[in-house]
Design a protein around this ligand. Structure first.
Ligand SMILES: NC(=O)C1=CN([C@@H]2O[C@H](COP(=O)(O)OP(=O)(O)OC[C@H]3O[C@@H](n4cnc5c(N)ncnc54)[C@H](OP(=O)(O)O)[C@@H]3O)[C@@H](O)[C@H]2O)C=CC1
Ligand SMILES: N[C@@H](C[C@H]1CC(C(=O)O)=NO1)C(=O)O
Length: 328
């Protein structure tokens, strides 16, 4: 029997989840929910329909897992705890400093209602988090480094789009080459946030908007830009569509550490991603964790989880026997 999926929020991630379900025969898309007028939202899956978010609760018995594809800056803190009342949920919440409070809110709602909510799924947080954890467990005395880009951060682009007067935006994260070189040379540098990345923003402003205010709000935005050297370019909608339509990204996690009675042996653990489509890759991770949430809930589990709490086998469409035969 297929895992019945709902999508809440039809943006880059929502479209990516719809596409990822096509690649997972054990899943089916039942509904897409939107805060806009459903007539204004067109999906590609003929067997599913678009509904208003106000209709979601009525469909709670028709959906096994609701994948919440809103923005981390303002949507997910409200949406994920709300819909965990009625559904097993998955989200991609990536405001790292606010994950503890988000976890607590989702845990209360999911636990009280007997659902599983897996938050902060994707690649960072998500796959990068897992690899940082594995590497720290294996090399307890070492140094961690995470680099992103050059690529388009969806979270930072979404955060800019939420600023009054902004019509559209793309934010590129750019690693500082000297920092990268020092890490790769095994120099184990102590790097501040500002020394690792810069951020470049391309913004389409609404007619008559106060550009100086928008630039200021971007550069001083806590949890997103205030710790970085950031440049802001105001461009036309045509320029954005022509020169910034893709959403590529990537990055890597490195941990260096030593073993031996006198730390005589050095080791480097590296996990890297090169993504043509940040949203499509992130959505593929969301869909795998939706499979896990359904299975964990079927076993009687409930409450909020992160990627650290999900045994890997729950993610796979293969049976235990197939996994042992093909991937062990
Ligand atoms: N953990 C990770 O590794 C990653 C996390 N993320 C997270 O995913 C979040 C969502 O990213 P993304 O999908 O790019 O965000 P979008 O801006 O594309 O979509 C966010 C929401 O905005 C609404 N929306 C989308 N398009 C329109 C439109 N044309 N007009 C009006 N509203 C619209 C949709 O809600 P509705 O349909 O209800 O209107 C949608 O759910 C990011 O904020 C980021 O935090 C992203 C990548 C990786
Ligand atoms: N959550 C990020 C995924 C990675 C990308 C990123 C960045 O460029 O700052 N941080 O984490 C996203 O929204 O794309």
């Amino acid at each position: 029997m297929s895992v019945r999926i709902g999508i809440l929020g039809y943006g880059n991630l929502g479209r990516g989840v719809e596409c990822a379900i096509k690649h997972n025969p054990d899943m089916e898309l039942v509904a897409v929910f939107t805060r806009r007028n459903p007539k204004d939202v067109t999906i590609l899956t003929e067997t599913a329909k678009v509904y208003s978010v106000n209709d979601a609760e009525k469909m709670k018995d028709q959906i096994d897992v609701l994948i919440i594809c809103g923005g981390s800056a303002t949507d997910l803190p409200i949406q994920t705890p709300k819909y965990a009342q009625w559904f097993n949920v998955i989200d991609s919440f990536d405001t790292h400093k606010r994950i503890p409070e988000h976890f607590a809110a989702v845990d209360k709602s999911a636990s009280e209602n007997g659902h599983v909510g897996i938050i902060s799924v994707g690649w960072d947080p998500g796959m990068f988090s897992l690899n940082r954890m594995y590497a720290n467990a294996i090399l307890p005395g070492g140094c961690d480094y995470t680099f992103w880009g050059k690529g388009v951060s969806q979270g930072h682009s979404d955060a800019i789009r939420r600023i009054e007067g902004v019509k559209d935006a793309r934010q590129y994260t750019i690693p500082v080459e000297a920092a990268l070189e020092s890490v790769r040379n095994g120099e184990n540098p102590q790097l501040s946030t500002r020394e690792k990345h810069t951020r470049e923003c391309f913004v389409v402003a609404q007619e008559g908007a106060d550009l100086a205010r928008i630039e200021r709000e971007i550069k001083t935005m806590p949890n997103y830009f205030d710790e970085y050297d950031t440049t802001v370019h105001f461009i036309s909608e045509e320029e954005l569509k022509k020169n910034h339509s893709g959403i590529p990204h990537g990055g890597f996690v490195i941990r260096t550490g030593k073993t031996g009675w006198n730390d005589e042996n050095s080791h480097v653990i590296e996990y890297s991603l090169k993504l043509d489509s940040n949203p499509e890759f992130t959505s593929s991770v969301l869909v795998a964790y939706a499979r896990a949430a359904y299975r964990m809930n079927q076993e009687g589990q409930k409450g909020c989880k992160t990627v650290f709490d999900v045994a890997p086998a729950y993610l796979s469409a293969m049976s235990g026997e197939e996994l042992r035969k093909h991937l062990l």
